[in-house]
Design a protein. Structure first.
Ligand code: FMN
Length: 202
């Protein structure tokens, strides 16, 4: 069972989302591939890389930025296709996901590759990922219940994007009331680890 861990916090060992994400990846028990989207400097799409995704243009004629986007996209999609389990760990930033993680999603949701569309609608093509765990940290109140649920543009976005490419068995693990000090929430950490262990053993 291979795990792909997408790390969405740049805070290295100070990051609680990363720490619990690592717990999840280690709990699977097989090889782990880690992609830290900030360390990686995930490129943005360009006009030409978008055109190539739709079948227009030539790779050889691309400028350097467009080639970087296409090369990274190929690698990220291959990583996704080789994984049995996906872990995404990331903090809520300004009610959504960190921009570098969004840049990763913008590349891996690839038309006529990880998803397609026809007269019957949209189809997701990532069938190898059997289980996925999203670990998300936030400082504010509970984003699961009113009134703060209206501010949560993170979890719905990530769940929808994963479902769109075919990843539907997803466990969402929230750690809330987390500030910049990862040692301030030991009890909630234990709850998160328990939820992850139960999901993986089910
Ligand atoms: C740029 C930035 C934006 C943030 N925006 C929010 C937010 O919208 N809501 C919230 O509850 N916490 C917000 N936070 C707090 C983080 O979600 C929180 O500190 C989290 O624990 C950091 O996760 P990490 O330890 O994995 O880095 C923000 C933090 C930063 C640095």
């Amino acid at each position: 069972m291979k795990t792909l861990h997408i790390v969405g916090s740049p805070r290295a060992e100070r990051s609680l989302s990363r720490k619990i994400g690592e717990f999840a990846a280690n709990s699977v028990g097989g090889p782990i591939e880690t992609l830290d989207v900030h360390a990686e400097k995930v490129p943005f799409h360009t006009a030409s890389s978008i055109a190539l995704n739709y079948g227009f243009g030539d790779y050889a004629a691309l400028d350097a930025d467009s080639k970087a986007a296409i090369d990274a996209q190929k690698r990220y999609v291959e990583q996704l296709r080789s994984a049995d389990v996906l872990v995404i760990s990331a903090p809520m930033w300004n009610f959504g996901m960190p921009g570098a993680l969004k840049a990763w999603f913008d590349l891996v949701l690839k038309v006529n590759d990880t998803f397609s569309m026809d007269q019957n609608g949209y189809h997701g093509h990532i069938k190898n990922v059997k289980k996925a765990i999203i670990v998300t940290t936030a400082w504010g109140g509970s984003y699961e219940t009113a009134p703060m649920d209206a501010y949560d543009y993170f979890t719905g976005h990530v769940l929808t994007a994963l479902g769109f490419i075919g990843i539907t068995d997803v466990k969402l693990v929230r750690l809330e009331g987390v500030n910049a000090d990862p040692d301030s929430v030991p009890a909630k950490t234990a709850d998160a680890e328990k939820a992850i262990s139960e999901y993986l053993s089910a």
